[in-house]
Design a protein around this ligand. Structure first.
Ligand code: HEC
Length: 448
């Protein structure tokens, strides 16, 4: 491939990384104090209500003025420090355009802060936007689009959460029941019951199957994850996220006799609740095979060695055996996780930082899904480098014990240092065509 193409793809990453600049404090002060009904409610509807509404996961509702007003101080603090909404991508480096970005813009933060500083006024009731019509929790979200419920519904074994208890991670396995190979075109996960939403913090479903494609097996083995049974994250359910439809022409291959490995995080809700998670899979018709295969890879290091009272760095490498598009990034560490970055080392030796999570929080297993025009296209022979930082000192408030050595393991007091990365593979011709399509899209947008 020509050099010029690299430069242009590099420009694309930079262009996507441009960060908005906040209005200056002086200019902001001259503006009138924002009101709840006119300025703040639209922000809460778009960025908070998914979790902060009656019956959902957050501790309080932020739907009405009466409900929000008592929390004004706390809202100011959480919003200004970017702890809420949970979104941990570093906004100063790497790709910034995501399909599922729920973070606040600098202007939105400024509005909320000035609202609180100005006495958190209600404003004119007539300014209040119409309430959000949240989807019916008892229905499958994509059922209408696909003319019916999912073709396949897989359920986890039920779990009972006591009224008062520590958070629990529930990891049962369920067979998919497939007796032949099938392609998935959309997936959604949900707690089975509406009450289950109060305790289900997030649910991750991983596809476990005997991998058949040699390039994919080889890539896993080269990265140090030498498993013939690869576990790919099928999808994650988090509040406010309904599901995932594959990009056009792409699908996930589910093999006969595959299984779903669940990883569900439950939090107590003040009452005893029993629930299961459900995974709904919409399949391509049997006579329709998508052109491109999407695989969820585990990338990073298969081991960690973290001395007591120290900050440690762990690196892992994953070779792309074919031209590919990186669709999403989900860092995975435990309580000592501090930061994680994903870089591409191109066959030319040139390096690009794709994404950096600088403020990792074990409570939030966010998947960052790149936008159509920013999902990186990387040629065969690219090395993906995942770097994990762990903070095993007392400065890390989540650290249960800074005086112990920590190694790799499943328990939350053990550690991990990998990311789940969704990859769509192309053959050489299709890859070249994708690069051309991207250049055309960027040129049309005026970025080239
Ligand atoms: C993805 C779900 C989610 C979204 C979106 C979200 N929150 Fe939260 N929020 C939570 C959960 C869960 C908690 C309780 C756990 C915690 O404190 O982290 C919380 C806690 C808070 C708290 C602390 C409450 C206390 O006890 O003092 C504030 C304030 C808050 N959220 C404000 C907001 C605002 C404002 C937004 C939107 C701009 C928002 N949140 C978006 C899930 C969410």
């Amino acid at each position: 491939m020509k050099n010029g193409t690299w430069k242009r793809l590099g420009t694309l990453l930079l262009a996507a990384g441009v960060v908005a600049v906040a209005p200056s404090a002086a200019a902001a002060a001259e503006e009138a104090v924002p009101t709840f009904t006119k300025d703040v409610a639209p922000i809460f509807q778009a960025k908070c209500e998914a979790c902060h509404r009656p019956g959902s996961i957050a501790p309080m509702s932020l739907v009405t003025y009466q409900e929000s007003r008592p929390w004004a101080r706390s809202i100011r603090e959480r919003v200004e420090t970017r702890q809420m909404p949970p979104w941990h991508i570093d906004r100063t480096v790497g790709i910034q355009a995501f399909q599922n970005d729920r973070s606040l813009t600098d202007a939105e933060i400024d509005t909320v802060v000035r609202w609180v500083d100005g006495g958190a006024p209600r404003g004119n009731p007539a300014d209040m936007p119409a309430p959000v019509d949240w989807p019916d929790e008892s229905k499958w979200y994509f059922a209408e689009r696909f003319d019916g419920p999912p073709d396949l519904v897989i359920e986890s074994a039920p779990f009972t959460m006591q009224a008062e208890a520590n958070d629990a991670w529930w990891k049962p396995r369920s067979p998919t029941g497939l007796t032949e190979d099938r392609w998935a075109r959309a997936i959604e996960i949900r707690p089975k019951t509406v009450a289950g939403r109060k305790i289900t913090h997030h649910a991750i479903a991983r596809l476990v199957q005997e991998e058949t494609d040699p390039a994919i097996r080889q890539a896993n083995a080269a990265a140090g994850f030498d498993r013939s049974r690869t576990a790919g994250t099928f999808m994650e359910w988090a509040v406010g996220k309904q599901g995932e439809i594959m990009r056009p022409g792409a699908g996930k291959l589910m093999l006969a006799d595959s299984e779903i490995q669940w990883d569900i995080h439950y939090s107590a809700a003040g009452e005893e609740i029993t629930d299961s998670a459900q995974l709904g899979v919409y399949l391509y018709p049997k006579d329709q095979t998508p052109e491109h295969r999407q695989v969820l890879h585990i990338m990073g290091a298969g081991g960690v060695d973290i001395p007591p009272n120290s900050i440690s760095v762990t690196e892992g490498f994953f070779p792309l055996q074919r031209g590919a598009r990186i669709e999403s990034y989900q860092p995975h560490m435990h309580l000592r996780g501090k930061a994680m970055s994903m870089e591409a080392i191109l066959p030319t030796g040139r390096r690009q930082l794709l994404s950096h999570v600088g403020d990792f929080n074990f409570n939030w297993h966010n998947t960052y899904v790149y936008d159509d025009d920013s999902a990186p296209l990387l040629p065969r022979g690219t090395m993906i480098k995942v770097t994990a930082w762990h903070d095993n000192t007392s400065a890390n408030r989540a650290n249960p014990d800074p005086d112990v050595w920590v190694g790799y393991g499943d328990r939350t007091v053990d550690e991990m240092a990998h990311a789940w990365v969704n990859v769509t593979y192309f053959d050489e011709d299709d890859y070249a065509a994708e690069v051309e399509k991207r250049e055309a899209a960027l040129a049309a947008r005026g970025d080239d």
